[in-house]
Design a protein around this ligand. Structure first.
Ligand code: PRP
Length: 184
């Protein structure tokens, strides 16, 4: 889906598909350099990370393996409490692996913080983090990010994996959603 298809719902374009592709390519070159000679295990966090995982993995000119994790919050307070429940765990063991967590966005940082804590007991050789987007003004916990695409403002963004009520994930770029779409 292109911006033209949802122009009535989008207040402003934050990242065009071309800018996203440039950011992914930049991240991929850094990852290739750091994981030279290794086969990293890329772990995508469903569902938002599907797009960045698909594009980043194909941009990488090294062997990778991919696995997926689905997590969910206990109720609406998750975003503030950081309490997370595993809906789908990994299929592949982390033991001895060089792991790269792949996220679409780090917002409060609570999901990533919980994941890093959860992975810390799984005997990975190393755990690094790649995220296409980060909202510096929304961070409530410090989280280490090794590969970053873009810092973005703390507005309600959709597209490229980011949703509003499950819609807009398939928008090719990232844009700010008009408040009239989500406010009554
Ligand atoms: C999004 C995103 C991250 C998380 C980041 O997922 O994909 O996993 O939020 O937010 P945080 O830094 O405040 O924890 P979401 O829970 O919206 O689920 P989704 O990927 O299925 O849309």
């Amino acid at each position: 889906m292109n911006f033209d298809d949802v122009s009535a719902d989008i207040e402003s374009v934050v990242l065009t598909p071309e800018e996203i592709a440039e950011g992914i390519a930049r991240m991929a070159r850094e990852i290739e350099r750091d994981f030279a000679g290794e086969t990293p295990l890329l772990i995508g966090v469903l569902k938002g990370a599907v797009m960045v995982m698909a594009d980043l993995a194909r941009e990488l000119n090294i062997h990778v393996e991919m696995d997926w994790m689905a997590v969910s919050s206990y109720g609406k307070s998750t975003k503030s409490s950081g309490v997370v429940r595993i809906v789908k765990d990994l299929d592949i063991s982390l033991e001895g692996r060089h792991v790269l967590i792949v996220e679409d966005i780090v917002d409060s940082g609570l999901t990533l913080s919980w994941l890093l804590e959860n992975f810390s007991s799984r005997q990975a050789a190393s755990v690094r983090v790649a995220t296409l987007l980060r909202k510096p003004d929304a961070l409530s916990v410090e989280v280490p990010i090794d590969y970053l695409g873009f810092d973005i403002p703390n507005d309600f963004m959709v597209g490229y994996g980011l949703d509003f009520a499950e819609a807009y994930r398939n928008l090719r770029g990232v844009g700010v959603l008009k408040p009239s779409v989500y406010k009554d």
